[in-house]
Design a protein. Structure first.
Length: 131
């Protein structure tokens, strides 16, 4: 079954580039690279992408008749944004949760686990087109 492992950041989070020492950022990167490598070797990784920050986001609304309305993000009421994702194909929800837990435990400032909230969501299958 396929799952999306979605990783977010708080809008007020300065992130590893600004608040962490170079050694802390490297430790976190190595932790995430280890998970990535394990997923590749197990044949469980389907896709992964890092997303641009919310300042690059666009919201599009259309009534199907007039030109679409395009609005810049991020809105002030947003507390966090999606920073990236891994799509995985695993045997069970328990395995998807195990991967998310390893991701959440990545080391952060002072070597302490970041304990970031990671969303795990099943990917719904698409019905086969009728021929």
């Amino acid at each position: 079954m396929k799952y999306m492992i979605m990783m977010g950041h708080a809008v007020e989070d300065t992130g590893p580039d600004q608040a962490w020492t170079p050694q802390e950022a490297e430790a976190s990167w190595k932790h995430m690279q280890g998970i990535y490598q394990d997923l590749v070797e197990a044949g469980e990784l389907v896709a992964t992408e890092k997303l641009a920050g919310p300042q690059a986001a666009k919201f599009v609304t259309s009534d199907g008749v007039n030109a679409p309305v395009v609005t810049d993000g991020v809105f002030p009421e947003a507390k966090e944004y999606l920073a990236g994702f891994w799509m995985i194909d695993v045997d069970s929800e328990e395995r998807a949760i195990e991967i998310a837990a390893r991701t959440s435990a990545a080391p952060g400032a002072g070597g302490k686990p970041t304990a970031k909230r990671i969303e795990v969501r099943p990917v719904m299958g698409t019905p086969a087109p009728e021929l």
